[in-house]
Write a protein that binds this ligand. Structure first.
Ligand SMILES: C[S@@+](CC[C@H](N)C(=O)[O-])C[C@H]1O[C@@H](n2cnc3c(N)ncnc32)[C@H](O)[C@@H]1O
Length: 319
C-alpha cells in the first residue's frame, strides 16, 4: 500500500503543493483584509460606543474573566468583523438578543486553528511513548486530547500511535468547548491542501472525499480528504469546558496544547493541576508546543518531570 502511494506520490505531492501555495496566497490576502479592518475599528477613539461595548461584553460573558482579556477581546472584534459589523455596539446588540449568537461567541473566545503534526514535539513524544510501552502490561492505551479543535492533533497522535501499537488497543477522547470544532473532529474531513502537513507514509489512512462542496468562491473546499473509518471510529468526542467542568481521569497520554496559554494566570495553574491529576502514574502530558515553550512553571510540585527542554512531562510512577 505504502509503495503504490509512493509511486503516485511525486505527481500528487507536486499538485498538492502548487494548490496549497495558491490557496495560502489567497488566505494571506484575506487575513490582511481582516487585520486592516480591525486596526481601523480599534483605532477609532471617537467611537465611544466601541469602548462602552467592551465593558458590556465583559458583563455579558462572565467566562471572560478566566481568559487573557486582550486575546478574548481580539476574538470578539474579529467575529464582529466576520459577521459584517464594523461597530462593536451594534454587534453587542445582536449578540445580546440572540442566545445562539451568544453561545457561539462564548465558544470562540480563543483562536481555534490547528495543524497536523503541529510543532516539533513528535519525535520526543514517540520516544517517551516507546519507553512507557516497554514497561507496561496494560491492555488499552487511553488518550485525551483536551482542547482538540478540529481534530488535526487527534488524527496526528493516532497516526503516530499506529507505528507503536495495534490501533484496536487505543481509545481516544477528544474534548473541546467549541461544538463546531467537535463536529469537524468527528467528521475527520479536511481540505486537501492540508494533507501536505501529514508525512507521506501515513497517507494510506486517508481517502478522497469531496461531497461537502461549499461556496463557489472558496476553492479550498473543492477538494477534501477524509480519514478512513478505522481511525475515525477510535475517536470519541465530548464537550468539556476546561475552566468549569469535571475532568475525565485515568489517561496514559494527555495532550493539551495551545489552549492554556489563552487563560489568565490563576486559571492556568488550576487547569495544570487538574491535568496532572487526570494522568495515570507513569503517563505522559504534552502541553503547548515547542515554539512557545510554555510549560508547567513548577512541574515537580505536581509529580511531573520535564523531558529535557521539551513540552513533554512524565508523571512519576510512584504516585
Ligand atoms: C489554538 S486551538 C489548539 C488546538 C490543538 N490543541 C493544537 O494545538 O493544534 C485552542 C482550542 O482550545 C479550545 N478552548 C478554548 N477555551 C477552552 C475551554 N475553556 N475549554 C475547552 N477548550 C477550550 C478552543 O475551542 C480551541 O479549539
Amino acid at each position: 500500500m505504502a509503495k503504490s502511494v509512493k509511486g503516485k506520490g511525486a505527481y500528487s505531492l507536486a499538485f498538492v503543493r502548487l494548490f496549497s501555495f495558491l490557496v495560502k496566497m489567497g488566505n494571506n490576502f484575506n487575513k490582511l483584509r481582516v487585520r486592516f479592518g480591525l486596526r481601523r475599528m480599534s483605532r477609532n477613539p471617537g467611537n465611544v460606543s466601541d469602548w462602552e461595548a467592551i465593558d458590556r461584553f465583559t458583563e455579558l460573558i462572565p467566562e471572560m474573566k478566566y481568559y487573557n482579556r486582550s486575546d478574548a477581546l481580539y476574538q470578539i472584534r474579529l467575529r464582529a468583523l466576520a459577521n459584517g459589523y464594523k461597530n462593536l455596539g451594534q454587534w453587542l446588540q445582536r449578540v445580546s438578543s440572540d442566545p445562539e449568537d451568544l453561545r457561539e461567541l462564548k465558544e470562540n473566545l480563543t483562536f481555534v486553528g490547528s495543524h497536523f503534526f503541529r510543532g516539533d514535539v513528535w519525535p520526543t513524544l514517540k520516544r517517551q511513548l516507546e519507553n512507557m510501552l516497554s514497561v507496561r502490561d496494560k491492555e488499552k492505551i487511553n488518550v485525551w486530547c483536551a482542547g482538540c479543535s478540529n481534530g488535526k492533533e487527534v488524527y496526528s497522535v493516532l497516526m503516530l500511535l499506529s507505528d507503536l501499537v495495534p490501533l484496536d488497543k487505543v481509545s481516544l477522547l477528544a474534548t473541546d468547548y467549541n461544538r463546531e470544532m467537535l463536529r469537524q473532529c468527528e467528521a475527520g474531513v479536511y481540505s486537501l491542501r492540508t494533507i501536505d502537513e501529514i508525512p507521506l507514509r501515513y497517507w494510506p489512512f486517508t481517502e478522497k472525499y469531496n461531497e461537502e462542496r461549499k461556496t463557489k468562491k472558496d476553492f479550498s473546499h473543492l477538494f477534501q480528504f477524509r480519514f478512513v473509518s478505522r481511525l475515525r471510529e477510535l475517536v470519541q468526542t465530548r464537550l468539556v469546558n476546561l475552566l468549569m467542568d469535571d475532568y475525565p481521569r485515568g489517561f496514559d497520554l494527555i495532550l493539551c496544547r495551545n489552549v492554556i496559554k489563552f487563560f489568565e494566570n490563576d486559571s492556568k495553574r488550576k487547569v495544570q493541576e487538574r491535568l496532572a491529576d487526570s494522568v495515570n502514574p507513569g503517563g505522559i502530558i504534552v502541553v503547548s508546543d515547542e515554539i512557545e515553550r510554555e510549560g508547567f512553571p513548577d512541574p515537580e510540585s505536581l509529580g511531573l518531570t520535564r523531558v529535557g527542554n521539551s513540552c513533554v512531562y512524565i508523571k512519576s510512577a510512584q504516585i
